[in-house]
Design a protein around this ligand. Structure first.
Ligand SMILES: Cc1cc2nc3c(=O)[nH]c(=O)nc-3n(C[C@H](O)[C@H](O)[C@H](O)COP(=O)(O)OP(=O)(O)OC[C@H]3O[C@@H](n4cnc5c(N)ncnc54)[C@H](O)[C@@H]3O)c2cc1C
Length: 405
């Protein structure tokens, strides 16, 4: 069993293979020169804590040894030979596989604008990226974040909490256009503005110049922003090149079926790098979410061992914004009907029902305790394809749990 990519999904898969009873060799290959670690803290604790808390490991050397997982660290897989069932690693070594799992993740999308060599531009995907940002943000420092998505906003919240002066430039008409309904995005925007972050929407960045040791961000409308660091958070692209060179099917990620099998029955894929069909939706989806990566990794491992089980978990995502949490379960479309439920000072929820009344998504923003509980019940309802009464959903005196029947 060979796994390419030692992130959330790959490491979960390696552990699950052992837990699933596989006794043969498990090889986990990662091109980062460190033990596997969690990415969510990179935009949170690693930036906000006064002293760097260090990476949050997914597995210690002792755990890897105990599970007999051969971890090849700092090695890139260059080639898959599907006919010979081998992969070639950067040092030229060839490894044979019986089953291969691709968990190659995603990388930050680059801005396609001119930027002068001296400007300080960062993206955030790895621990090294987080350290580079962490070294600069601090009291009196000017940070410009390009992109009002989750990562950009988490960086903004972390930088402002360290005393930096922060501006977020979003090209779209509002924040979080891809993932969050407008009403929820407005609440999050208000939270950022109360915390001192300046937000400009419809802000098209034209180029980034160097200006006496600082970066000058020039907008299409000629406004400019000086920054000690520009953090670009404009989405991620799946790492599909290895799979593509091996002629596996690709469509917004490595194409897998509901059992996470690629177009080659001996090769599986999971996590941010794959797109998959889901019984709840009539389109192929690709998620960039921590829990999905972890659970898909484990599900792929089970199927590599022959379980042949479809992956059916309801999509779920969380983001920390200051002392509040944002959680989203399911997926909604523009035609879905929104039902608001206020939790007063504890937060706000929105439920999304199809025109025929089926609950397909829920999102909440507020205190962790209140939001997590309600989203958990909503997630169960979404998974069961229930059509709860909208009036009851809107009424905070009705316990959501009672709508499950
Ligand atoms: C800053 C940040 C904050 C986040 N916060 C949240 C959050 O709050 N909530 C949430 O739900 N999700 C969050 N996420 C998303 C979550 O971390 C990802 O969905 C998850 O890490 C994806 O796991 P993965 O294993 O698919 O990919 P990755 O974790 O990216 O792992 C893929 C690994 O494969 C390696 N690799 C690629 N190609 C090769 C090759 N050819 N050979 C060897 N190795 C290779 C890559 O270098 C990488 O180490 C965050 C992500 C980031 C970057």
């Amino acid at each position: 069993m060979v796994i390419v990519g030692a992130g959330e999904a790959g490491t979960a898969a390696a552990i699950a293979l052992r837990e699933g009873g596989w006794r043969g060799r498990v090889v986990l290959i990662g091109n980062e020169n460190m033990l596997p670690y969690e990415r969510p803290p990179l935009s949170k604790a690693i930036l906000t804590e006064v002293t760097d808390p260090g990476p949050k490991w997914l597995a210690t050397p002792e755990r890897l040894a105990e599970l007999r997982i051969d971890y090849l660290q700092g090695r890139n897989v260059e080639r898959i030979d599907r006919a010979a069932h081998t992969v070639t690693v950067s040092d030229g070594d060839q490894l044979a596989y019986e089953r291969l799992l691709l968990t190659t993740g995603a990388r930050p999308r680059k801005l396609s604008i001119p930027a002068s060599a001296g400007s300080r531009i960062a993206t955030l995907r790895t621990y090294a990226d987080a350290l580079a940002i962490r070294r600069i943000i601090g009291r009196g420092c000017k940070v410009v974040v390009i992109g009002g998505g989750f990562i950009g906003l988490e960086v903004a919240a972390s930088a402002v909490s360290r005393g930096a002066s922060v501006t977020v430039l979003e090209a779209g008409p509002r924040l979080l256009t891809r993932a969050v309904p407008a009403a929820m995005a407005d609440l999050i925007k208000a939270k950022h503005e109360r915390s001192g972050v300046r937000i400009q929407t419809s802000a098209i960045v034209e180029r980034i110049d160097e200006n006496e040791g600082r970066s000058k961000v020039v907008l299409a409308d000629r406004r400019t922003h000086l920054a000690d660091i520009v953090v670009v958070g404009v989405g991620a692209v799946p790492n599909v090149e290895l799979a593509q060179a091996a002629r596996l099917a690709i469509h917004n990620g490595i194409v897998v079926d509901e059992t996470l099998t690629t177009s080659d029955p001996h090769i599986f894929a999971a996590g941010d790098s794959c797109s998959f069909p889901h019984r709840l939706y009539d389109e192929r989806i690709r998620l960039e979410a921590w829990r999905n990566a972890q659970r898909q990794g484990a599900a792929a491992a089970a199927n590599m061992l022959g379980a042949n089980r479809p992956y059916e978990d309801v999509p779920w995502f969380w983001s920390d914004q200051y002392d509040e949490t944002l959680q989203i379960a399911g997926r909604c479309r523009p035609e879905d009907v929104a039902v608001a439920r206020s939790l007063g000072a504890k937060g706000q929820l929105f439920f999304y029902l199809t025109p025929r009344g089926r609950l397909v998504a829920a999102c909440g923003f507020g205190s962790l305790g209140a939001i997590a509980k309600e989203i958990r019940w909503a997630e169960i309802m979404i998974g069961r394809r229930l059509a709860p009464n909208p009036e009851a959903l809107a009424d905070p005196t009705v316990n959501i749990k009672t709508l499950l029947v």
